[in-house]
Design a protein around this ligand. Structure first.
Ligand SMILES: [Zn+2]
Length: 101
């Protein structure tokens, strides 16, 4: 994650922001996380929406490995694809069991 990382919860944003994790708009008045970090000597500050924050909490190894702008959205989409695929497999399995093939 870099040399320094700090985050704090923002209860209500005073203006629109863009989420670093998924590039979605965080509209005025919503809660989100404000993160500050130093990466290879460069100071950075960005906002994270609650969905991305939740993803990081559930996937600590992803957070540890570090991520760039929009990476969390990509990772979440991959997860969703995987879950959908797994759901399909489960249905196929059930049908297969019921049919006398
Ligand atoms: Zn986000």
């Amino acid at each position: 994650m870099g040399d320094f990382y700090h985050e704090r919860k923002v209860k209500k944003t005073k203006k629109d922001h863009k989420c670093f994790g998924c590039r979605a708009k965080i509209p005025t008045g919503s809660s989100c996380f404000y993160i500050t970090f130093v990466n290879d000597g460069d100071f950075g500050a960005d906002y994270l929406c609650l969905k991305c924050k939740e993803y990081l909490v559930n996937n600590p190894e992803f957070a540890r490995a570090g991520y760039g702008e929009g990476d969390i959205r990509d990772a979440m989409l991959e997860d969703e694809e995987w879950r959908k695929q797994r759901g399909k497999d489960a249905v196929a399995f059930q049908i297969g069991k019921r049919l006398p093939i």
